[in-house]
Design a protein around this ligand. Structure first.
Ligand code: IMP
Ligand code: MG
Length: 183
């Protein structure tokens, strides 16, 4: 029987072991950079949930956890840059150090809106950690990914939190979808 973890439409791009090793490195770097501070990790739902769960256990600091959910206007898969906040933070962030945790930066439109929005609330600092960076389709060229896991090619990827029509977030690895029409 073919299981979802061995779907022939997937080509493994990053194994669970590769992801795990890189997440440890990112956590260690954040631990060093934020020594003596108490940052708030802000996970962007839903895609960042798996990455955030692993990353936070590698950050050896007093951290707190928040979530935001955003949606691009319109039904197009490619975002327009207009972003609607579906779920906002539960706390005020004035004077706080914020680390936004995202699954993938593609055009950068969602993130550039979000980072500006958080900065406008009077945060002391706002940094971005993204597991994946897909640089080719970037529209917001000046967007800075402070902590980046991996650069990926301009292909549709799933797994480790990333979905295709809400499926495959549970894959323990990241795969390129060979034929998106079949995903
Ligand atoms: P953007 O950077 O504003 O274009 O939006 C990035 C968002 O698009 C991510 O948070 C993902 O939800 C989604 N996305 C972009 N590329 C992929 C992909 O290859 N697989 C799954 N979701 C993706
Ligand atoms: Mg996302």
């Amino acid at each position: 029987m073919t299981t979802e973890f061995e779907n022939p439409n997937f080509e493994t791009l990053l194994s669970a072991a590769q992801i795990n090793a890189r997440v440890k490195e990112l956590g260690t770097q954040i631990t060093i950079d934020y020594a003596g501070r108490e940052p708030i990790l802000i996970g962007i739902l839903k895609g960042a949930c798996v990455f955030l769960s692993d990353l936070m256990r590698e950050v050896n600091l007093k951290v707190s956890l928040e979530f935001m959910a955003v949606s691009s206007y319109g039904k197009a898969q490619k975002s327009s840059g207009e972003v609607r906040i579906i779920k906002d933070l539960d706390v005020a962030v004035e004077g706080k150090d914020l680390i936004v945790v995202e699954d993938i930066v593609d055009t950068g439109l969602t993130l550039s809106y979000l980072l500006a929005n958080l900065q406008s609330r009077g945060a002391n600092s706002v940094k971005l950690v993204s597991l994946l960076d897909k640089p080719e389709p970037r529209i917001v060229k000046e967007l800075k990914i402070d902590y980046c896991g991996f650069q990926v090619p301009n292909k549709f990827v799933v797994g480790y939190g990333l979905d295709a029509a809400e499926r495959y977030r549970n894959l323990p690895f990241i795969a390129i979808v060979k034929n998106p029409a079949l995903a």
